[in-house]
Ligand binder design. Structure first.
Ligand code: HAM
Length: 447
């Protein structure tokens, strides 16, 4: 027989909620690494003159279906759809309007393009250089470096003057600059060109012809990819598919104009000393890419070794309602923050220091302590206190544990005299300071 207290404990154990699969809590002792990463990122992006944009974390599901492609894994299997309970109720009574279908964003590019067009940024400036930092959501099977909620640093340059090879070079240089300064181990840049949207259509026919000769030897997944999106056969990891692809596809047959463009991008990269490797089989899992595509791999990541990826997407702007009279050009990338931190390895120590900890007389001194910490915080001096009625000794050891620079002691004597005993925790020396002078005293001592 299980006794009652045990049942009680078991009940509460079961009531505990666990973390949704594929998500993580970022705890206070990990936050310094995230903040440090964000500060470095913002600093570098400023030097390249990119401005932050914040879009909602959910959008009309059709935005993703139309831009990422019906055949992409992200749309096919990974979109996390959402409905409000209100809409579910309505759905039982009336047919649910399509507008009420939303999905959590699996990536940032589609939303940025939606916002770019909705807010008429194309008529405000000939080039919008934008970035975002935030969570993305994909219903993937979780494993090391592959999460259902993960975070990206995303960069998008969208303009109204068509494709610009120097802008491609800037974007690639920026991605590498960020990764190097963020401490990623051995980032390697692989690039390729898919050509224009028209080129892609021709290449797709050509690939079907060439790979079609070996269709029966392709893996099951590639047999279906062959019909739906033949480009995806090129990045299949299956050994037999790889062998066929390497023997059949030496280069993608680009138009002359696209070849010249890709050449110009390579020249520009060489001029600014960005190392790269041309990988003719590099295609991306999202359908919107045209012209330059790239992937950056790094050490320390295991099998999910892509720390960032991106490419051009002029076609997408028109597809999402851009003016047919404008020749858009667009290129961007996203870096996975969890993968950056994984590659970087060692977590950094929090640099948050506590200036003061107020130690007061057990039972009676707490209200004076509360007044003092409030006064200090208003003067931009960080301060904390004990909220329990604990002994002087345990309050002092708490001050020590929190790494307070000064312990401010309010004992019987001090309360009577209107003073504070200031103990320098580093030097282990103590002196009385008049309460009226305490802010000035600490400012000087902390400067
Ligand atoms: P993506 O290749 O899907 O591109 O993702 C970019 C990066 O996000 C990946 O290289 C990886 O580091 C990280 N990432 C992706 N999925 C996961 C996951 N499930 N768990 C952890 N990290 C992940 C894009 O998202 C495009 N929007 C990039 C872009 C911007 N292209 C043009 N502009």
């Amino acid at each position: 027989m299980i006794n009652r207290p045990l049942l009680f404990v078991l009940f509460f154990m079961i009531k505990k909620f666990s973390l949704p699969r594929g998500t993580t809590d970022i705890l206070p002792d990990e936050i310094a690494a995230w903040q440090d990463l964000e500060t470095t990122t913002r600093r570098i992006l400023k030097t390249y003159h990119y401005q932050e944009i914040r879009t909602p974390i959910f959008e009309d599901i059709r935005l993703f279906q139309r831009s990422l492609g019906d055949t992409s894994d992200v749309v096919n299997k990974q979109l996390l759809e959402m409905k409000s309970s209100q809409e579910i109720e309505n759905a039982e009574q009336v047919a649910m309007p399509m507008e009420s279908y939303y999905a959590l964003r699996p990536e940032g590019t589609a939303a940025v393009v939606r916002s770019y067009l909705a807010n008429g940024l194309d008529s405000k400036d000939q080039l919008s250089k934008l970035f975002y930092i935030g969570p993305m959501f994909r219903g993937e099977r979780p494993q090391k470096g592959r999460l259902r909620q993960f975070h990206q640093i995303g960069v998008e340059a969208i303009g109204t003057r068509g494709y610009l090879p120097y802008l491609d070079a800037e974007i690639l240089a920026l991605a590498m600059h960020l990764l190097k300064d963020l401490g990623v181990k051995n980032p390697r840049l692989k690039i390729n060109s898919l050509g224009s949207q028209e080129d892609k259509e021709h290449i797709s026919i050509w690939l079907r012809e060439e790979l079609g000769k070996y269709k029966k030897d392709l893996c099951e997944k590639c047999q279906s990819r062959f019909e739906r999106n033949v480009f995806r056969v090129l990045d299949c990891k299956n050994e037999s598919c790889r062998r066929i692809v390497t023997s059949v596809v030496k280069d993608l047959p680009l138009s002359e104009v696209s070849k010249i463009y890709f050449q110009a991008v390579q020249e520009a990269l060489k001029k600014i000393h960005i190392d790269f490797e041309i990988t003719p089989h590099l295609v991306r899992g999202l359908d919107y890419y045209t012209h330059t595509v790239f992937e950056i791999t790094a050490d320390g990541l295991g099998s999910q070794d892509a720390v960032g990826a991106g490419g051009g997407y002029d076609w997408l702007i028109e597809e999402l309602g851009g003016s047919p009279n404008i020749t858009y050009g667009a290129i961007g990338f996203a870096l996975g923050i969890e993968r950056i931190l994984l590659s970087k390895g060692n977590m950094i120590e929090s640099s948050d220091t506590l200036n003061t900890f107020v130690v007061s007389m057990p039972n009676m001194g707490q209200s004076s302590a509360l007044q003092l910490v409030q006064q200090l915080r208003q003067a931009s001096i960080s301060a904390d206190m004990s909220f329990f009625s604990s002994s002087f000794k345990s309050q002092m050891s708490r001050a020590n544990k929190l790494g307070a620079r000064f312990a401010l002691i309010l004992g019987e004597e001090e309360l009577k005299n209107g003073t504070v005993a200031v103990k320098d925790m580093l030097k282990s020396v103590q002196e009385p300071v008049n309460k009226d002078k305490i802010v000035d005293y600490l400012r000087k001592a902390l400067s």
